[in-house]
Design a protein around this ligand. Sequence first.
Ligand code: NAI
Length: 219
Amino acid sequence: MSKTSIVSMHVIRRLPSYYRCLKELQKNNVNKISSSELSEKIGVSESQIRQDLYNYGNFGKQGYGYDVIKLYNALKRILGLDKTYNTIIIGAGNLGQAIANYTDFEEIGFNLKSIFDINPRLFKIKIRDAKIMNINILEDFLATNKIDIAILCIPKDDAQIIADRLTKCGIKAIWNFSPIDLKVPDDVILENVQLSDSLFTLSYRLNEDDLFKRIKKEK
Ligand code: NAI
């Protein structure tokens, strides 16, 4: 099982949208925001925001709202975005290359150190500053480079084997895009991303009215 968190995952999953909103407000030189305005912008109730933030301290004042810069800085710290991280990508195919080419992650402190693949045709190609290397040297590389996060972008068949190799080398955080439920040790943080889940939710919502019309008719 992957490492469990102190705070509920439902709360944690709302924090990035709070952070994005505060970042935007700060960029637009807004100094203060009422809890109702913040609630409207984020689409989460005032009490939910208050409860979520209460896990981390006292933010906002009755009758004043929130100090934008203070809350932005606090959320940055809470999300660990005040630090930098070294990352590697496993799998230099379509997805791996797309992530490697996405410069925004670098700008917020996620530094891509290397990319690994099994396809010899890709070895030595560089994507921005990161060289694509043979997966055979993964252990040697990890023995001499401090890597915080591994990003898994390989077909599901090999994903568990690679995850095992990564965790044996001391990797403590895996951002997994492979469509498989990975088993990792209890002290490893596993974050799965499935774009298809979001697409299926969109498709559900597109069809929800018809679905309930049909259900009503059938009752
Ligand atoms: P791709 O076929 O373009 O790339 C896969 C790459 O992994 C290839 O370069 C291949 O040589 C390499 N590879 C295969 N086995 C390896 C191993 N043992 N070690 C190192 N490298 C290895 O595939 P694509 O489109 O980039 O997708 C990659 C994975 O991501 C697939 O499992 C796909 O299902 C998944 N995916 C997930 C998404 C998500 O939302 N979670 C979205 C798109 C793709």
